[in-house]
Design a protein around this ligand. Structure first.
Ligand code: UD1
Ligand code: UDP
Length: 347
């Protein structure tokens, strides 16, 4: 089988790693990178660290407004799909690259597989919510990470094309978590020790595009009882205030470093989807600066606390969130082989 994997943004490279490795044991894979993310530390570094072959094609679409970015991807992907005649197209997650890949393949009647299907925030303001709903409705095979995702798909009458496989990021973490222990320079590089710092990541437009809201978040978080390590997403850098108090601001880091930073953090504060899951898998308490989450299991288990980003009580809420024991398993294991088996059934 000839399978085309379409990726473009940081979290998609992380999901592609274990899937691609498994797929290549049995089938031909062609990787198309849309170029949505392009800085070395948002893109190339992940291919290197996760052992993913260089993309066969990089469309170099780059940044832009939603319509322009998605439209340019759609035009370029359609041309490649016609030229390469794949047996299936695989798209990951909920970015504009996901939407463009799913649209281009469904119009050409090429079977489309959506990895990480069925997630819903029920917040239509999020660009990802639109992307994932459309991708689910037009794809031919939906690979769901959790029971909640399966339930969401059933409610939209999509269960007849859905399979529960577990979350591919379990395999991504598994692949590098041991190596991260020995190969990461963090947190020591910042003079910090395990358990003695908070890790912060922010990139949702609703949190970072309004400089005043971002400034309010940073002002409160810089008053926490331990130092804050903050790898800054390029989107967020544009709205950062001049002064960030005592925080350790660093550039976005590769996968080995972020795994080490997460595993050793006292607690994590984030608005990232991927980091909510990784925090849970690694057993680090997570505080999510959003009013809702797609990863409801992590909240129900008590390991992820949702905090309204407009709250003035961030420090108290974070300090008093102290889950005990170990998070129960909800994301499955050895996920990539289940995905490849499901894919073989439809082609
Ligand atoms: C995108 C996804 C989001 C995902 C996130 C992961 C969409 C609509 N959004 O958001 O779902 O959670 O990626 O990180 O697809 N930039 C750089 N260098 C880069 C990439 C981006 O400087 O390598 C800057 C550009 O100024 C760009 C901005 O970041 O305008 C936003 O990038 P974009 O890919 O449009 O959206 P993200 O916020 O990264
Ligand atoms: N990540 C990383 N380096 C960083 C910040 C995040 O490697 O400096 C990883 C993180 O561990 C997770 C993924 O990027 O696997 C999440 O991506 P992001 O937060 O950009 O997007 P989301 O998951 O919210 O779509």
């Amino acid at each position: 089988m000839r399978v085309l994997s379409v990726v473009g943004a940081r979290p998609q490279f992380i999901k592609l790693g274990p899937f691609s490795r498994e797929l290549r044991n049995y089938h031909q894979e062609i990787i198309i990178h849309t170029g949505q993310h392009y800085d070395a530390n948002m893109s190339g570094l992940f291919f290197e660290q996760l052992g993913i072959p260089e993309p066969d094609i990089n469309l170099q679409i780059g940044s832009g407004n939603h319509g322009k970015q998605t439209g340019r991807m759609l035009i370029a992907l359609e041309e490649e799909f016609i030229r390469l005649k794949p047996d299936a197209v695989v798209v990951f997650g909920d970015t504009n690259s996901t939407l463009a890949g799913a649209l281009a393949s469904s119009k050409l009647h090429i079977p489309c597989v959506h990895i990480e299907a069925g997630l819903r925030s029920f917040n239509p303001i999020m660009p990802e919510e639109i992307n994932r709903i459309v991708a689910d409705h037009i794809s031919d095979l939906l690979l769901a990470p959790t029971h909640t995702a399966m339930h969401n798909l059933k409610r939209e009458d999509l269960d007849n094309k859905s399979t529960l496989t577990g979350d591919i990021m379990v395999d991504s973490v598994q692949y590098l978590v041991k190596k991260a222990e020995h190969n990461s320079v963090y947190p020591e590089k910042l003079g910090l020790r395990s358990g003695n710092y908070y890790l912060l990541t922010l990139h949702r437009p609703s949190n970072v595009d309004d400089p005043q809201l971002l400034q309010n978040l940073i002002r409160q978080l810089s008053e926490l009882d331990y130092p804050v390590v903050f790898p800054v997403h390029p989107r967020t850098r544009k709205s950062l205030p001049d002064s960030v108090g005592e925080m350790h601001l660093i550039d976005p880091v590769g996968y080995l470093d972020i795994l080490s930073l997460q595993r050793n953090a006292r607690k994590i504060i984030t608005d990232s989807g991927g980091i909510q899951k990784e925090a849970y898998i690694l057993g680090t308490p997570c505080n999510t600066l959003r009013s809702e989450t797609e990863w409801t299991e992590t909240v129900e288990a008590g390991w992820n606390q949702l905090i309204n980003p407009k709250s003035d009580e961030l420090v108290t809420l974070i300090k008093t969130h102290n889950p005990v024991g170990k998070p129960p398993e909800v994301f499955g294991e050895k996920v990539a082989p289940k995905m490849v088996t499901a894919l073989e059934r439809i082609c």
